[in-house]
Design a protein around this ligand. Structure first.
Ligand code: PLP
Length: 380
């Protein structure tokens, strides 16, 4: 994979002026916010690197689709376009629109979780873990061993450790395992990709043991890019084919559309089995909205339908991954410790290695302290 940057495969039609600030002003803002970027006002931030979530600019086709929205309570044409787009990517028969990824998680893990239940994942994202633990269930992270070495150039550090998965099934007992969750890319594991071979092996173990296999597909398109370019034998497939093949392995998918669907708000839950779909749909209606809009306005569903297609565009994905790698490799060359190889949606700076521990101030958001580029964990 090339680490050169590339020109943007789009034309910028609109600009939003930024409020310029001096270095002295920014130091003052940071002091006032206890060095916690979550406490800053956005007008105080010149270059915002807080998160990748919901921060994409939308395309001309997305804005045009928004104008075609149908806000009917039931059976809106916007729902039909959304459902068709989600079905094309996931192949799943049951599709539940939610206002964010965590709403899809709440519905699914409330249904599957509860005291005594165990979920196993390559790494639970924080909202995933919170939704699981809130039900009284246990969330167990089993990242592959290669993930522990931040500097090695191993291509699929997002993988789940298969030996440890077998051990965990034995240890907790198959009837207590409520699901195995693969998050692609592995966000809390540094945006590292998961190989198709690993996803297939996890799915095989789950099907052998009759355990549900759940895909958190937030960054499915980016993950497909890595699979196609780094996994032998996969270069002949399109990004969409790879993404779809991964979904085909799963019993359920959750997605925050604020990621690879390139919108500012939205999410969904997709299910393969009718009994689960019935139970989750009742919960959707009680907590989000009617089945054909859930937590979304018609205009949101239109933007997601287009974004899900554009998120798999080869030129876009190449630009996206190579510009992230360009930034990461440049700052690594300057001696800043980053998680390597550079992942998809972010460059993860190792705050512990970059700063003395005394700078890790204990605030409710201290996981994010000393964070320049993304969610480098910091446990003082
Ligand atoms: C892997 C993963 N799962 C779930 C979520 C939760 O999605 P949302 O922020 O839309 O609620 C996120 C958000 O960052 C995520 O990255």
């Amino acid at each position: 994979m090339s680490f050169k940057t590339t020109i943007e495969p789009f034309r910028i039609k609109m600009v939003e002026p930024l409020r310029m600030s001096t270095e002295a002003e920014r130091i003052k803002y940071l002091e006032k916010a206890w060095y916690n970027p979550f406490l800053l006002s956005s007008s105080e931030v010149l270059i915002d690197m807080l998160t990748d979530s919901g921060t994409s600019a939308m395309s001309n086709r997305q804005w045009a689709a928004i104008m075609m929205r149908d806000e009917s309570y039931a059976g809106a044409s916007s729902w039909e376009r959304f459902e068709e787009a989600v079905h094309r990517v996931t192949g799943m028969p049951y599709i539940l629109p939610t206002h964010q990824g965590r709403a899809a998680e709440r519905i699914l893990y409330n249904y599957l979780g509860g005291p005594g239940k165990v979920f196993i994942s390559n790494t639970h994202f924080d909202t995933t873990r919170a939704n699981i633990e809130y039900t009284g269930a246990k969330a167990v992270d089993l990242p592959c061993q290669e993930a522990a070495d931040e500097d090695s150039d191993v291509p699929f550090k997002g993988n789940l450790d298969l030996d440890k998965l077998e051990q965990a099934i034995h240890e907790y007992g198959v009837s207590n395992i409520a699901g195995v969750i693969l998050t692609v890319t592995n966000n809390s594991g540094g945006g590292q990709p998961v190989s198709m071979a690993n996803a297939r092996a996890v799915a095989d173990i789950c099907s052998r043991e009759n355990i549900l296999f759940i895909l958190d597909m937030c960054r499915l398109a980016e993950n497909s890019y890595f699979v196609r370019h780094k996994e032998p034998g996969m270069e002949q497939y399109s990004y969409l084919e790879i993404g779809r093949a991964m979904c085909d392995l799963a019993d359920a998918c959750v997605m925050s559309a604020k990621k690879d669907a390139l919108v500012n708000m939205g999410g969904f839950l997709t299910l393969r089995h009718g009994d689960m779909a019935n139970a989750c749909t009742s919960m959707l209606i009680i907590t989000e909205g009617f089945t054909t809009y859930g937590g979304l306005a018609g205009r949101d569903m239109e933007a997601i339908a287009v974004g899900l297609e554009e998120g798999f565009d080869p030129d876009y994905l190449h630009y996206r991954i190579s510009s992230t790698a360009y930034l990461g490799n440049k700052i690594r060359a300057l001696g800043i410790p980053v998680l390597y190889p550079i992942g998809g949606h972010a460059v993860y700076v190792d705050a512990h290695r970059l700063y003395p521990t005394s700078l890790c101030i204990s605030t409710p958001a201290n996981r994010w302290c000393a964070n320049f580029f993304s969610s480098a964990a910091c446990d003082p």
